[in-house]
Design a protein around this ligand. Structure first.
Ligand code: FUB
Length: 325
């Protein structure tokens, strides 16, 4: 029988949990949802987050430690508003937080902040990463030590504004039967502070080798990109946004292309769905969120954990997003 997701904390609202194992513990890097009183709209203005807390767990079934505020909007000179989903990578004992926020021109960029400890506090660089745009950065360290950042999100995440290679205030998507907009991936530089290359498209093919199309809303990428490696294969997972699914696709290297495989998590209570997948002490876990604790308020979410199971052929068993412990 499938085990059921459990909420990790209820003292504040937390969303978009990104998990990593550092120093023998699971560290979780979520967004910190607040009720800013901003009406819900298609740009996501109601997600008006202003700081990040960091959490850790010694045991996947045990208590969660809140390490407090690790980065505050008032300490990031380039940010205008909306600190969304962040993630942290480690290199040579230093920790690098990648976080999106709207700059003073209301354009999403990705900043970096650095700490000597996985729980922070993190000190932000004065400018966002050159060439960065859109939202939801997540990090993946391959076995050779190379670290990649995956990012992007359509609609409120502004990815469609970059479809012609430069920023244009035009929210049209590509035509229905054209290949869908893709998440982006870029290798990080040796010092972890910049992209080492121009971001590339993360292309997802269907079983016939055709790229997923714009109108394939049950399968195409929307936001919340994540990469993990299982038995030598690269699993790219993401949210389909307006169809509220967490899906995955498999490839042979960090850049892809990837082939669509199926659904990891069915819709949760709330509009958004977002996640990370982590191996800890020989088991795999899915971190995600829903809006159950707030009674369905889409902008007040609570992070959850559930064990993730693979079948013999490497496919992932679908988890019921409505089930609860
Ligand atoms: O938390 C704000 C946004 O909601 C994230 O960037 C998306 O992935 C969605 O979870």
């Amino acid at each position: 029988m499938q085990n059921k997701p459990r909420h990790l904390i209820k003292s504040i609202y937390t969303a978009d949990p990104r998990g990593h194992v550092y120093e023998g513990k699971i560290y979780i890097y979520p967004s910190h949802d607040i009720d800013a009183g901003i009406p819900e709209d298609d740009t996501g203005a109601h997600f008006d987050m202003r700081d990040f807390h960091v959490y850790s767990m010694d045991d996947a079934a045990g208590a969660v430690t809140d390490h407090g505020v690790a980065l505050d909007i008032k300490d990031v000179p380039w940010v205008g508003r909306q600190m969304w989903s962040n993630d942290v990578a480690e290199k040579n004992g230093k920790y690098y937080m990648y976080f999106p926020a709207k700059d003073k021109n209301d354009i999403f960029r990705i900043g970096v902040a650095v700490s000597n400890k996985p729980e922070g506090p993190f000190e932000a660089l004065p400018e966002p990463m050159e060439g960065s745009f859109s939202i939801d950065p997540s990090t993946f360290k391959d076995d050779d030590g190379s670290t990649y950042v995956y990012f992007g999100g359509i609609w409120g995440g502004q990815l469609q504004r970059w479809k012609n290679g430069k920023y244009e205030e035009n929210d049209d998507l590509l035509a229905d039967d054209e290949p869908a907009l893709c998440a982006k991936v870029a290798k990080l530089s040796d010092d972890m502070l910049s992209f080492d290359e121009n971001p590339r498209d993360v292309v997802i093919f269907d079983a016939y080798g055709e790229p997923l199309k714009t109108n394939d809303e049950n399968r195409r990428f929307f936001e919340a990109a994540w990469m993990h490696k299982y038995k030598g294969k690269f699993y790219f997972s993401y949210s389909t946004g307006n169809t509220h699914l967490l899906c995955y696709a498999i490839g042979d290297n960090p850049y892809g292309p990837f082939t669509y495989q199926g659904v990891i998590l069915t819709p949760v209570v709330g509009w958004t769905t977002h996640h990370s997948i982590v191996e800890f002490k020989g088991k795999w876990y899915l971190f995600h969120h829903d809006s159950k604790v707030s009674g369905g308020k889409t902008w007040l979410r609570s992070m959850k954990i559930v064990e993730l199971k693979y079948r013999e052929d490497g496919s992932i068993e679908t988890i019921d997003g409505m089930a609860d412990e």
